[in-house]
Write a protein that binds this ligand. Structure first.
Ligand code: NAP
Ligand code: MG
Length: 462
């Protein structure tokens, strides 16, 4: 148990305004592993002022120099990759190998991509008799969740810094330790004081104060739809820009010509990864009626193989919420073919890898985001039916299509109301825009589209 002190504000660790702390718990054994200060509106105000004060110089720093700082930040993340992975494993509970490959690996890739983009992006363009300057939007508030705790910070901070913005981050209360580690990395990379600031604290206290602060120009939020709505309402009142990344209920569409075993196995792995706590997870598998029973058998087998190889979910509240959804699925008539609501272990926030068959569109488990290792398999009659089911939720974040013929998969994907689709198991690309259609959000992260979120244009006419 370590008591961590201070907030990273204006280039140094400074005492928090209040005395309250947040306990950080290891979800594997439920032990308290540390505490961090619970920030208040006073800490947020100090941080936003520091970010505002640092803005003019950072905005005027040549992009090549901003790129060099981001390159240095990437190098520090590389040097500290083991520490990052160990920290995420301790506070989120994910297996160490996954933490190394994903929780440490992806932020390195994203930081590197923005080091390159900052150096190559055309911050100035000509159109007709105008020169258009792409200028930083200003002070950014980044409010982040716990499921990919460092990735979600870097996916906001790296493009913001590349754009010339300054930032205040409020990380999730469950995973503040990797955020503190990141603040140390920013410091080591030599970013000027005030360009990056970190305030740990509770969402309704520090998070809300940050979203409401008049010194903030853009709020970039990732998390639940309920909180996203509140943040959008606050921002609307002050006419400030928001970017919202809010979860999904993505469909894995297995067309009749697809390699069924591959599509099912990759589909189950996609849902079980990170214990199901992935906003873009393909939590609905859609299978043609002729191959439905076969797919269900394969999925049940694949899920059973996970056994207790997956980690716990992040906290007791999430465990209870996920188990509540499993109970509701049973109550609404879905058929359990793997897992179930019982706790697989006495300690730790574990949930059994669970698969439901005979799920129909109207069921709660087919509509709401569960955020746990739970897969629903739905039956479709023909392609039109599959498309209707795939598009039949309020969400539109991600999806997958499998077909024998790539062109057929692409044709189907183009009709899906969703921000990204993996074709026959296509890999994650940190340069491709990530974000939602419909209620999955507003705006895009990653790559050049993610950079554009932090820029506004100024046209000079000659
Ligand atoms: P959440 O409450 O929306 O948390 C996201 C972030 O917003 C956290 O930093 C949180 O702080 C902060 N926050 C909470 N209330 C706030 C407020 N009133 N004003 C400003 N900031 C606020 O999400 P959660 O409770 O951790 O998870 C609940 C559900 O959200 C999950 O089951 C899942 O369905 C969904 N979710 C989606 C994603 C995604 O990637 N799209 C990620 C996480 C969760 P605290 O940490 O202190 O609450
Ligand atoms: Mg919360």
């Amino acid at each position: 148990m370590k008591a961590h002190d201070g907030m990273y504000i204006d280039g140094a660790w400074r005492p928090a305004a209040g005395q309250d702390v947040i306990e950080v718990v290891n979800p594997v054994d439920e032990q308290v592993i540390g505490t961090v200060p619970a920030g208040t509106a006073a800490d947020v105000d100090t941080a936003v002022r520091a970010a505002r004060a640092a803005l003019p110089d950072w905005a005027a720093t040549p992009p090549a120099e901003r790129a060099a700082r981001l390159g240095a930040l990437r190098e520090v993340l590389v040097a500290r990759a083991d520490e990052i992975a160990g920290t995420v494993t301790a506070e989120l509970g994910s297996p160490l190998k996954f933490s190394q490959a994903v929780h440490a690996g992806v932020p390195i890739a994203v930081a590197g991509s923005y080091a390159e983009l900052a150096a190559t992006y055309a911050f100035e363009e000509k159109t007709g008799n105008s020169v258009v300057h792409h200028e930083p939007i200003g002070v950014v508030a980044a409010i982040t969740p716990w499921n990919y705790p460092l990735h979600q910070i870097v996916a906001k901070v790296a493009p913001a810094l590349a754009a010339g913005c300054t930032v205040v981050v409020k990380p999730a209360e469950d995973t503040p330790l990797v955020a503190r580690l990141f603040a140390g990395a920013v410091h080591e990379a030599g970013l000027p004081a005030g360009v990056f600031n970190l305030v740990t604290g509770l969402g309704p206290v520090a998070g809300q104060a940050l979203a409401e602060h008049p010194g903030v120009d853009l709020v970039s939020f990732t998390g639940s739809t309920a909180v996203g709505r509140q943040i959008a309402a606050i921002a609307a009142g002050q006419v400030k820009k928001v970017a919202l990344e809010l979860g999904g209920k993505s469909a894995n569409v297995i067309l009749p010509s697809a390699d069924l075993a591959k599509a099912v196995n990759v589909g189950v792995a996609n849902v079980m990864s990170n214990s199901g706590q992935t906003c873009s997870a393909w939590t609905r598998m859609l299978v043609h009626r002729d191959r439905y029973d076969k797919a269900v058998g394969l999925a049940a087998e694949a899920a059973a193989k996970y056994g207790d190889r997956i980690g716990p979910v992040v906290n007791a509240k999430q465990r209870d919420r996920v188990r509540g959804y499993i109970e509701q699925g049973v109550a609404e008539g879905a058929r359990l073919v793997a897992g179930g609501p019982e706790a697989p272990r006495e300690t730790g926030y574990f949930v059994s890898p669970t698969v439901f068959a005979d799920v129909t569109e109207d069921m709660t488990i087919a509509q709401e985001e569960i955020f746990g290792p739970v897969l629903s398999i739905l039956r479709y009659e023909d392609e039109e039916d599959a498309l209707r089911i795939a598009n039949g939720t309020v969400y539109g974040l991600a999806g997958a299509v499998w077909a024998g013929d790539e062109a057929a998969a692409v044709a189907f994907a183009r009709r899906m109301e969703t921000g990204q689709v993996d074709i026959n198991g296509g890999r994650f690309n940190p340069l491709a825009p990530f974000g939602g259609y419909k209620q999955s959000g507003v705006g895009r992260e990653l790559g050049v589209h993610g950079l554009a979120e932090y820029l506004q244009t100024k046209s000079l006419q000659f």
